[in-house]
Design a protein around this ligand. Structure first.
Ligand code: PLP
Length: 392
């Protein structure tokens, strides 16, 4: 049987809650969305959460909410899914890719600092660190840098619900808790920790940004007597606004999630901690097994709070290993092709050699099967194949 690199897990209980929601009065704009938002905010330790159609919509809403405009520059990592960068382009801003730290594979803060110091103040508007593979970025350090240069931070935490890092005061800082980042985003695509089919979430501790996000998620419409700009008279009321009245005050979108997706997401969230524990177990088994195979290099550093969306290694003969695994029904994957070398970004001026550490990493990286329902036997098959490949 084929072993993929990632896979969703749907239980009978998940199916039941979706059926119940389908039989309820609301397919969308109902109570399941707020339930999911509240439970998710609690899970990551943030004040507010806004559920949306997918992770890309979450990123776009963040960029809109932070008022990204033409001519503004935003820094992110090239080793991420394209959406982390594209959200800036949607708003007409420029994406500047910094290089990665070759040990952690995360956005290298020194590379970011170099860019900031080389430009006049005010050139850059924000930073989008990514908790790549589930390894939390040190957002405390990024916050200090961002404050120095007056920047906002969007944490792309798609890989890291439940992940955390330990800050300088020995506090556990959960990914997406909004303590250091202005906004954080998550995805509920089936390969991620929590699956709702399509779905996404934005978390924040900032009430102003939260209100704006809610408005932009639904066309920029407000339905609140205190916020209206047109007069009561225009609206058709006498001494108050009529019940039907609403106003579109900003150019927003329809980025809503449905109630049955929210119900599924919420049901999955209840098992998130369990899934996370299993991912950590799988990672530690891989790490032990590969410690004895020369030439295999892993994502290093403090990994206590790693959420292990991916288990990435760097290897020689990567293409041959990938093909060999595939021939044996193990479908590893590559994360990621450096974003700055995608034809779209090349066309904007990026070229090979611009970010050497990211490019070198891409030549050697491979993501091994990592999901809670991966069995011990299946994992052993993967390990044995890799050991055999390098013993030959
Ligand atoms: C999955 C993912 C996204 C986009 O999420 P979608 O729900 O697929 O739109 C963005 N950033 C990262 C790092 C991701 O892994």
């Amino acid at each position: 049987m084929a072993i993929p690199y990632g896979k969703q897990h749907i239980t009978q209980e998940d199916i039941q809650v979706v059926i119940e929601t389908l039989q309820s009065d609301f397919l969308t704009q109902g109570p399941k969305i707020l339930e999911f938002e509240e439970a998710f905010a609690k899970y990551v330790g943030a004040k507010y959460a806004v559920a949306v159609a997918n992770g890309t919509a979450a990123l776009h809403l963040c960029a809109l909410t932070l008022d990204v405009k033409e001519g503004q520059k935003v820094i992110t990592t090239p080793i991420t899914f394209a959406a982390s960068a594209n959200c800036i382009r949607y708003c007409g801003g420029d994406v500047i890719f910094a290089d990665i730290d070759p040990k952690t594979y995360l956005l290298d803060i020194n590379s970011v600092r170099d860019l900031l110091e080389a430009a006049p103040k005010g050139t850059y508007a924000g930073i989008i660190p990514v908790d790549f593979a589930g390894r939390p970025a040190d957002l405390e350090a990024f916050r200090m840098l961002a404050d120095e240069f007056g920047l906002w931070i969007i944490e792309d935490a798609c890989h890291a619900p439940g992940g955390y890092f330990i800050d300088s005061k020995a506090n556990k800082q959960l990914c997406g808790n909004g303590v250091f980042a202005d906004l954080a985003i998550f995805s509920f695509h089936p390969v991620k920790h929590i699956a709702s089919g399509e779905g996404g979430m934005i978390t924040t501790n900032n009430e102003f940004l939260y209100r704006r996000l809610l408005q932009l998620r639904t066309h920029g419409i407000v339905k609140n007597d205190d916020a209206y700009q047109n007069s009561i008279e225009f609206a058709g009321g006498e001494d108050s606004y009529p019940q039907w009245y609403m106003e579109m005050q900003m150019l927003g979108f329809n980025y809503r999630i449905t109630d049955f997706q929210a119900a599924l997401g919420n049901s999955q969230l209840k098992r998130a901690e369990q899934g996370l524990e299993r991912r950590k177990e799988i990672a530690s088994i891989y790490s032990k097994a590969f410690a004895t195979i020369p030439n295999i290099k892993g994502q290093s550093g403090d990994v206590d709070g790693h959420a292990y969306h991916l288990y990435v290694i760097e290897v020689p003969k990567r293409k041959e290993l990938y093909d060999y695994l595939r021939a044996n029904d193990v479908f590893a994957q590559i994360h990621y092709i450096p974003c700055h070398l995608m034809p779209y970004y090349r066309q904007l001026g990026w070229k090979e050699g611009d970010r050497p550490k990211a490019e070198k990493y891409y030549k050697q990286c491979i993501s091994l099967p990592m999901y809670p329902t991966l069995t011990q036997d299946e994992q052993q098959i993967v390990i044995d194949l890799i050991a055999k490949f390098y013993a030959e």
